[in-house]
Design a protein around this ligand. Sequence first.
Ligand code: BGC
Length: 942
Amino acid sequence: MIKVIDLKIENQEILFGTDILKPRFSWKLKSETAGTCQIAYQVQVFEASFTMKKLIWDSNKIQSTESIHIEYGGPSLESRASYCYKVRVWCSNGEETPWSSEQYWEMGLLHKDEWVARWIEPEQEDVTEEPELTLEDMFIKKNKGEYSPPEKKLHSPKIVRKLFTVDHKPIEKARLYITAHGLYQAKVNGKKITDAEFTPDFTSYTNYLQYQTYDVLPHLVVGENVLGVTLSDGWYAGRISIPGGSAQFGNRLGLLAQLEITFTDGTKQMIGTDHSFQSADSHYVYSDIFIGEKQDKNLDKIGWDCPGYECFTHEWSRVKVAEYNLDNLRAQYGEYVKPMETLSPIRIWKDESNAFIIDFGQIIAGRVRVHLQCSKGEEIKIEHSEVLNEKGEFFSNIVGRNKEQTDYYVASGENGEVFEPTFTFHGFRYVRLSGYHSELLLDDITAIVLFSDMKQTGHFQTSDTKINQLWQNIQWSQKGNMLSIPTDCPQRERAGWTGDLQVFAPTAAFNMDVQSFLTRWLWNLQREQTNEGEILNYSPAPKDIWNDLKFTGSISSAGWGDAIIIVPWVLYQRYGNHRILEECYPAMEKWLSFIEKSAAKGKENNENDYDRYLWDTKFHFGDWMIPSFMLGENPQGPIASALKTKDCIATAFYAYSSSLLSKIANVLGKKERSHYYDLLHHKVKKAFEYAYVKDTGMLTADYQGVYTLALAFDLLTEDKKTKAVHRLVELIKLNDYRIDTGFLSVPFILDVLCENRYKDIAYKLLFQTNCPSWLYEVDHGATTIWESWEAIKPDGTVGAFSFNHYAFGCVGDWLVRYIGGLSPMEPGYKKFKVEANITDQLTHAETKYDSVYGEIKIKWQMVDTNEMFLQVHVPPSTSAIISLKDVCEDNITNLQTQLINRGYTNSKFIKEENRVEFLVGSGQFDITYKMKKLSKEACLKS
Ligand code: BGC
């Protein structure tokens, strides 16, 4: 029997307090029958309150094989209302499914005037502004910024309280709509109302601030209740980003909260923030996302968030009502940050200073929870780091102003004391705990892993333990860098660098369901786009970003700003998400028109028609961090690699983005625009060849990455292409089969080699263990992907780099496509290709991907020297082209007969490649076949 399962709305199982006016429904089919395909569906939506259920939209039977992103088409959805939906489908075999179970969702506050609550601000000193520290100060003048002790400049997080009485009559529902300037933790009667952390999420607060909706009914009691909220600086007012500047979005903590209790008799009680709320200092001495948190348990106002507590006037003051425009408010979209996993230490020891060093065995983003046996007033210090130095000692790998990553706890001396910070997180594997006079046992301390609660969708495993470790490292770097926004690293800058995400997006989309998470981030990019069309280097953008102009004269860069085109395209390819293309399209056009103008700037009188298509007019990061500029005794550094490559790399991205935009315009039915961008692409391509390609086929910037991008973006004519491939291979050989590609070209190098008949070299680079290489890091104990390949040098010296930068983990996407054998062919993997590239370094690989249509599984195993077993699972409503490579010629007829007997009549034999290819619908396929003898060279080169 076929069943409709896994219903999702806006990609979530639970959608609570949304302001999406046309939510989209998706579902999957569960079927034991091969060849199951939906041919029609019906969706019904009901308005569903406590007392009634009314059909408001019936799609009726729609002939369609689509089961993803089906848009609600009924009457306008109303504020606060709850709805439910159900789905049934008809399948190609004539079967009709029963109705699915019903799924509920609820709308948030859709109109500004529904907020009766006012912004309130506790009595407070304004957040201390950090002195200006520009990139020029940091990188040229080598000024690290004055150190000033946190206690001198950080203020205590505030607690805000409201006592209210609930009448003795049945309640239908109780909702809290809430947001803050800063971060909040809300409690009702002393109980946390959610396991979400770091709310509101990091967005471009000034023009995009999310409010959250919680069901607080389970926490209310008849009679007296207390709403208690703690506020801290967070990303809004705290120290963030590269220079660690403060007050980037505002310098005062504030709260906006509206508790609405609806009784079954139709009456309503509203408790909105206003001047009747009271505030005080808390037991948090200070709390800062980057610096760390200090709590003094002795300052705790015990019971402050419960009824029965007496607020002494010398401690508590009335809040002030503040005037802020509510135009920036939007409902929560996407998953909350949550404690996702816990880790126990693998080892604890004491260092020379008698401090405990705790090794959690894994680099993470998160914090520790520690059970303590202290005397009153004992102060514990907890520092965090990702590595030990070459002598095995605690080593702070993160340097810079306000990057302490250090928490303090002053104990009350009570039995069973537990410390865990609330409003901070750190990037670490090791912790140094000092000032503690009791024994610390393994069970006393736990690491809490924090990231946005996205579902893991991808699994990948091979017969090679090092490749598996690399895979784990990629996953952990994703976990560590997807806490609220996609970041470069979770300890130093923690910024939403567009370039880093752009290169990693395909891998990220395999590992986890990043649709909503990245949609929210893309909304930030759009809102922060300048009037001229620039997409900022990182987003959400603190005000300090504008200081970068003094350093490079620029706040956007090729390959970074292009994220506005590339990332939505990835979301469309991987999830069939059409809406994100529509939503971002205006920003994409604006970005491209900025490039057009920027490239042509000052060239009005140039005689040569090519010149204005060369984007050589401003600063770019180029192929950032090319290893040969970064490694060795006296490295030239990343700015040098930027300057050497920026013009041709920027022009290459100009061409690439125009070709992508041409495709996107086409998908959106904008034929004329598509044609325009296609023409533009060709003009830029010609200009690239004219300016950067010599007759010999050599490029003016003779670097692996530049060849890689010229080939990947198809910027060369056939004859030059062959020469460029040869030069690329030559450069790789000269570099002893090690990569020398920077941020922007790493994602393409292995593909380019494979597509140009150098699969052997691609595998050599992959299996390389000398620096720079992915497995060099693995061999040096990496548990995440490093920012610099040589963060630990061959002689063991440890550098002050980030050890958790996902960018170079972009190889994950190649691993899945080439080794796992899974590539999407149609958006959302509605059709996909199964083609594993067997190498004799591996004997098996297993790939599982929970696509939007259901789970895809591919497993291949060399059973004998040349016998291959392949198992493929194709989910309902999708199809796959299974392509078997290097089939032994004597075996072809046999294999084809086998296939025909099983009903696959469409198999093709492609002689030159000894490849058999056939198309299948849903179901499981087990195939055993003989491969031609895989001599190392022949096999790898095929
Ligand atoms: C960040 C990167 C980022 C780069 C851009 C670095 O400091 O950590 O990952 O993309 O700057 O220049």
